[in-house]
Design a protein around this ligand. Structure first.
Ligand code: ADP
Length: 477
């Protein structure tokens, strides 16, 4: 089975969030179970600079607005996953992030940039492909590749497509004339199409035209069929519920392994936890926290946005300090939240610490060095940090939503709160602190989390089942 996995980010080439983790790992896991999965990515400077063995394999002379793109091919470092790259310097060869400039403002031509990516994805899956390798299925991810199923539809559906939602909050909404720019026919601008409250939504196009839909946890698959998490698309998603599957993400167990983590001072495993205590002391020293081995240490890592419930963590911070606990926070995002975090750290030196910025190594050291991990997200399609926490013996405290509900078992592997509120979070923190004082119960919970199988293999098998089902439905022979 051949799958073209079209995505706008993939770790370790380019990453802003969980989509990159999935795109970097799922294709590897699929290949391990003999699915010929290949990636398609935009040619950002970091992608071109990191890929191995890049060669040009084709040209696309007429992308939206008449641009010519080049198709390069390379392989993921350390893995044997073939990666196709759309090299289009006018779209992707620029400074800043993949979607925003260095001031944090969306690139104003995002509609064109990702229409080009979507168009190339569809072309590669069609009879017009300039290369020999042809996928059986086109697998699209989030709004950046959402137009691809629409292109495929208007090409006569040469192959079926799967659309995966990693976060419904990002929908790629643009003015109505976007479709003409993208070269899609006017009938695409309809409720039964890409139209979304008078605008065009790339994600809606994907959700409407793709043959199958998936999202990154069973609970999130249910939640997005209703208000408020459907975010305007609940009607369409409810109508298509028979085609919608929730599959929890795995984690990269090579990269995220406390027994061989390259970023931490000491290694450890479920049977020998001494290294974890040393990681805690090292982390306390690194962040300027008082190096006290018996003080409960809470961690938080996330994009600093309203979604992640950082405001609730901050509301609990002073009480945490009063109870003698410590808090380590890592993230970047909203300026006001960044400011509030720095302010909190300044008011409680030695007890609260933060690093405002993006730091992969520190994120590993926080996972390894903390006793608890706070994740009171208002919504969370899957979430990765609670999975890393489980693997690192760092008890997660989560809001029972989306993937957090599906992966953390209350009282067994962590703690759940039933609402994203301060009293609920504080209640769970109290429960956690009580457990911390009970050495045997505490160790039991750590072990229960550390022994879970969080690898991609199980998830890859579920995706494979979706693919097989789709091909069977299309060709019952
Ligand atoms: P989302 O995709 O909504 O950002 P996820 O929990 O699915 O949330 O994935 C977030 C990923 O990004 C995790 O791998 C997390 O460790 C990482 N991450 C987020 N912020 C930072 C940061 N400031 N420094 C390092 N890693 C970060």
């Amino acid at each position: 089975m051949k799958i073209l996995f079209a995505t706008s980010e993939a770790s370790p080439l380019i990453k802003t969030g969980g989509l990159a983790d999935v795109s970097g790992a799922l294709p590897v896991a699929l290949r391990d179970i003999h699915v010929d999965c290949r990636l398609l990515l935009p040619g950002y400077p970091s992608v071109l600079g990191t890929l191995h063995d890049i060669v040009e394999v084709a040209r696309f002379p007429s992308l939206p607005l008449g641009f010519e793109g080049r198709l390069l091919m390379g392989t993921l470092p350390r893995e044997s996953v073939p990666v196709y790259v759309l090299q289009l310097p006018a779209a992707f060869g620029r400074a800043g992030g993949p979607y925003q400039n260095s001031q944090g403002i969306d690139h104003e031509d995002n509609a064109w940039r990702f229409a080009c990516l979507s168009k190339v994805a569809a072309l590669l899956a069609s009879d017009q492909s300039p290369i020999e390798w042809r996928p059986d299925i086109l697998h699209c991810n989030d709004w950046q590749t959402g137009l691809a199923p629409a292109y495929l539809h208007f090409m006569g559906r040469p192959v079926p497509s799967v659309m995966t939602v990693h976060n419904l909050a990002f929908q790629g909404v643009f003015p109505p004339d976007t479709l003409a720019m993208a070269g899609l026919p006017p009938e695409c601008f309809a409720v039964e199409g890409a139209e979304y409250f008078g605008s065009v939504s790339f994600l809606k196009a994907g959700l409407y035209y793709a043959d199958r839909l998936t999202t990154v946890s069973p609970s999130y698959a249910q939640e997005i069929q209703r208000e408020p998490l459907g975010m305007g698309l609940q009607g369409l998603l409810h109508t298509r519920r028979a085609d919608l599957t929730g599959i929890v993400n795995g984690i990269n167990t090579g990269e995220w392994n406390p027994a061989s983590d390259l970023h931490t001072a000491r290694s450890y495993n479920a049977k020998a936890l001494t290294g974890k205590k040393l990681c805690k002391l090292e982390l306390q020293k690194e962040l300027g926290l008082n190096p006290e081995r018996n003080t409960p240490l809470f961690g938080f890592i996330a994009r600093m946005t309203h979604q992640k419930g950082l405001d609730l963590v901050l509301e609990c911070a002073a009480d945490l300090v009063a109870r003698g606990a410590q808090l380590a926070m890592l993230g970047t995002g909203d300026r006001a939240l960044e400011h509030a975090v720095r302010d909190m750290a300044m008011r409680h030196p030695g007890q609260v610490a933060c690093y405002v910025g993006y730091d992969e190594g520190l994120s590993h050291r926080i996972e390894a060095g903390c006793d608890f991990f706070l994740m009171p997200s208002r919504f969370e399609p899957c979430g990765l940090n609670q999975l890393y926490s489980l693997r690192y013996g760092t008890v997660p405290i989560v809001h029972a939503t989306g993937g957090l509900r599906d992966t953390v078992e209350d009282g067994v592997t962590g703690f759940q709160i039933d609402a994203p509120t301060r009293p609920a979070l504080w209640g769970a923190i109290e429960r956690a602190l009580a457990l911390y004082a009970d050495q045997a119960g505490w160790l039991q919970m750590i072990h229960a989390g550390m022994k879970l199988d969080l690898s991609w293999e199980q998830s890859a098998r579920q995706y494979e089942a979706v693919y097989r089902d789709l091909l069977k439905a299309r060709d019952p022979q």
